[in-house]
Design a protein around this ligand. Structure first.
Ligand code: 13P
Ligand code: SF4
Length: 328
């Protein structure tokens, strides 16, 4: 069952990895959380697969001893901020996020200082150091609802995604100062490729994540977070969808609607850079390895954790209130 593999030492053979991971999950009293952009075999073995908001709620509520986060660093860090007594593991510590990296803490502090009366709303795709400088965290699922809840005369600064920020401004009608960050995956979809796909599949609806650029969102029939895209395809009456987000989500889409066609969109110049290079650093072998060795762990200084927790808690409380309003 054990074999030597480069860089990983001895580990189960590929065919026995799922069983070995399942055994470790029991032995470690672990819960495996996976984002929709993970490889299909990771989504299939996870206890829960979801979007950033759902995953942070699960991480906050779990009583498992170990949270194995199959996603990127800011997601695992958020899990640790919310549930510090658990051991939080990330299969590959190098799994970062271009959007989070586009907002360095010191530069952001200088930017913020120019708008002292503004309330800082930050997307969850940020480091703990940016969360600690924020008043409120949001995800792409709840950003519009949360901004609408803010007092009308309250000026707002939004970071770090300029595309999500612009979209939230349009949907909420609230002007906001935007930090000029972006995601390397969602900013490289090709408009020409979407137009070609639309021509070849006139029956297909276009659905997009709000991190895409404005020219692509203008072509979309529906815009929403990963979980909202998933619920939309179940209720929309279309035989095919052109999907403008990371193609990992097509696994859940095809599972939920097996008779529907889902078409991914290439990046500019036809590259396959529509796959997030950070999300794709995780794989089953690294997942097994981290559960076996209980490394790499997410750790952060307690004072930073406490400061970052305040705006995340505010998000969860305000989201609960918005959910109550929507489902009285
Ligand atoms: P969701 O919150 O929609 O899952 O998006 C996370 C993300 O990283 C998008 O690129
Ligand atoms: Fe970050 Fe973009 Fe990857 Fe999402 S798709 S994790 S925003 S780099």
């Amino acid at each position: 069952m054990l074999e030597e593999r480069p860089g990983l030492g001895h580990g189960p053979t590929p065919g026995t990895l799922p069983a070995a991971i399942a055994e470790l999950r029991k032995r470690r009293r672990a819960v495996i959380l996976a984002h929709y952009y993970q490889e299909p075999e990771i989504q299939d073995i996870a206890d829960f697969t979801g979007d950033s908001l759902e995953l942070s709620r699960r991480a906050a509520e779990t009583d498992a001893d170990v949270i194995v986060f199959c996603g990127v660093h800011f997601m695992a860090e958020t899990a640790k901020i919310l549930n510090p007594s658990r051991l939080v593991l990330l299969p590959d510590l190098e799994a970062g996020c271009s959007l989070a990296e586009s907002c360095p803490p010191e530069a952001f502090a200088n930017f913020r200082a120019q708008y002292p009366d503004h309330l800082v709303v930050s997307y969850i795709n940020t480091s703990a150091a940016i969360k600690a400088q924020s008043d409120l965290i949001c995800t792409s699922s709840n950003a519009v609802d949360l901004v609408r809840q803010l007092p009308e005369d309250q000026p707002i600064l939004f970071a770090p995604d300029r595309n999500l920020g612009r979209w939230v401004q349009q949907k909420s009608g609230r002007p906001m100062v935007l930090w000029p960050g972006g995601c390397i995956v969602h900013e490289t979809f090709s408009e020409a490729a979407v137009l070609t796909l639309k021509q070849a599949h006139p029956e297909a609806a276009v659905i997009a994540h709000p991190e895409c650029q404005e020219n692509l969102l203008d072509l979309a029939d529906f815009v929403g977070s990963t979980s909202r895209l998933l619920s939309h395809i179940r209720s929309a009456d279309a035989p095919a969808f052109i999907v403008l987000t990371e193609p990992g989500i097509l696994h859940q889409m095809r599972r939920s609607m097996p008779n529907t066609t889902f078409l991914e969109v290439p990046g500019l110049d036809g590259c396959s850079c529509n796959a997030c290079p950070h999300m794709r650093r995780n794989n089953l072998a690294k997942l097994w390895r981290c559960m076996e060795t209980l490394e790499p762990r997410i750790e952060l200084p307690e004072d930073l954790r406490q400061r970052a927790l305040v705006p995340i808690r505010r998000m969860l409380d305000m989201t609960r209130r918005a959910d109550c309003r929507l489902n009285p």
